[in-house]
Design a protein around this ligand. Sequence first.
Ligand SMILES: Nc1ncnc2c1ncn2[C@@H]1O[C@H](COP(=O)(O)OP(=O)(O)OP(=O)(O)O)[C@@H](O)[C@H]1O
Ligand SMILES: [Mg+2]
Length: 705
Amino acid sequence: MNCPQCKSPITGDALFCSQCGARLEASGRSAEERKKVTVFFSDISGYTALSEKLDPEEVKEIMSRIFSRAASIVKEYDGHLDKFIGDCVMAVFGFDVTREDDAVRALRAALEIHKAVSLLNTEELKERIGRDLSVHTGVNTGVVVAGDLDLEKGTEKVLGDTVNVASRLASTAKAGEIVAGRTTVHEVERYFEFEELGAISLKGKSDGVPAFRLLGPRTSTGRNLMLKGRRAEFTGRVEEMKLLTERLQMAKSGVKAVFFIRGEAGTGKSRLVEEVKHMAEADGMAVLEASCFDYTRGIPYSLWTGLFGSLFSLAENETPATLSRKIEEGCAGIIVDERPAAPFIAGLFALESDEVRNMDAGLLKGCTLKSIASVVSSICGKKPSVLILDDMHWADPSTLEVLAPVLEKNSYLVLCLYRPSDQVTALIKELRAGMPIEDLFLEPLKRDDSAGMIRSLLDGCEVPEELLNFVSLQIKGNPFYIEETVNNLVESGILNKADGCWTLARKLENADIPSTVQGIISARIDRLEPKQKHLLQTASVIGQNFFRSILTRIEKAAELEESIELLKGKDLIREFRAQPDLEYMFKHALMQDVVYNSLLKKERRRIHEDVARVMEELFADRISEFYESIAFHYRQSENTEKAVFYLMKAGKKCIDKYAAAEANEFYRNAYDLLTAKPLAAADRPVLLRLLNDWGWVLYFYVDFT
Ligand SMILES: Nc1ncnc2c1ncn2[C@@H]1O[C@H](COP(=O)(O)OP(=O)(O)OP(=O)(O)O)[C@@H](O)[C@H]1O
Ligand SMILES: [Mg+2]
């Protein structure tokens, strides 16, 4: 800290600058300000008995021991010891510098004070005062006016309802107890366990104040007890829901319907369909869902392998024998052109079988398309179903080819979601010639609905009008952007809740709020602790979805579990599926994008190399399933030799599946990489092989596309 007048460094709690003699405001604060702090009051239990039974000198000595120990504990946790009042200690955390874990520090300090006081107990003392010496504490978190309001008059450094409530919570606590207010609990529940005491009526408060008794530190971090990133109740979209509900009912009685739902990133396509999904499930319908990803654009049939993966519970580390058995079981009895479908589905997972090995290429491709359609329709035909295909703008060409036969065979409700995309628009045009297709375009939320969503994000409490205006002007109804902005404002302490009401710590126009959703996400990520940020960055290199097994092999950091839970708690990542392999996903594709771009190129390269290497090790016995991903990571790590090797493998795999467009892309990429620099002698045979294999692709192009 520097002197505001001469800028000389100031040490400690000096009241005057040692260089120019200027009077210094305490803690360098030049004026009062509203701050979010955690305050506690610790009172001695049975102080009256103590003063009655002991000599005043003795009481004074005990109290000064307690106070000096309390002072040093509070200091250790970077708290501010506000004052001793009679038998009571008041401490404030977040007074000089706001720390993310102020509330945790406050509770830790309070617990230590409790322990220190209990250590003063001796048999002799107990006999003399007729009870154990102990303290009871009240803790509360919220906004206060902080500053030396008037030193001469000795007025308080922190003022406000938060302080009053903390003091009153202390008076309701029994000997040895720590009682906290709701905001404190919300901020620390990751670390401490509480018992809800219900609303306690406090003097001067018309509504009761919820109070919680501290049970102690958590021994393990529970799954569902994290600080929650805020997620709104489903808001608005009344017309859309009405239409989809209608079609859902029709699908129940066997009338098929196909919807293509279009909207920009974050407008709420997936959320809308999630609501439909809940309704369908509650109605006893089956829901089948699969999604395309940015990184699967070059992987043939990826949407369908994803769908079968979840339908048949196929794990990433399945042995070929189990994989084959599970597929056999899943496709049992399904026949296509007098042939069982199972070998063709198994072929999608790089499992070769005698049935398909020497089959004519054109026939094989035709059978594969029909098999996928038959398996989907057979599973969906067992009971009224909804088929959800998300993020179709990222679909690979082969996945799209299967769509027509799937839709032709269906007798259920199909919902295809996509961001505006030429390839999907072209596909819809083609499909429309053969079947009725309904379009749904998701506009941004209307102003009232945006406001409703914000209220819901903020627990239905009163919301500052300024925030509503800001959102409607700047954010224009994109739900993802709204969600991230509110999370950002809460996490940065600009938007605070105290006693059931949200307030803005400063005017939003002065709050330096990033003007793009990317900026908002960056700000949230920058506030993470370094180890969590680092973990998130590594995950972003693995992909939008990432297996825990890959992450743990790259990140050997301690407390990984805890960090993952914290990131989940902040709703930055979500569990994608727990079975058969634990897999997480970024809450939103944009989030992965922003995190990935926050890495230095050099770092990215290194992590891509690590991911590729780990995948080679982890999936050694079924590596052919991962050629495309490994090729992608080696390409990004600029390991040309390995990248070309795997690109060619991926290309060959596509040829085997007669996916000419994808194969062509892999070979072209391999060729570009290999020839980007003057060719080394060792690369010549590789190039020769590449050109030879690539030639096959052209043959298939002519023949099959
Ligand atoms: N109507 C709504 N009410 C409340 N929250 C919503 C609503 N619509 C979207 N959200 C929230 O906004 C975020 C973005 O929505 P969602 O993921 O559905 O967007 P999307 O259109 O599927 O985007 P993308 O094209 O990137 O997949 C989600 O966290 C979602 O929960
Ligand atoms: Mg989506």
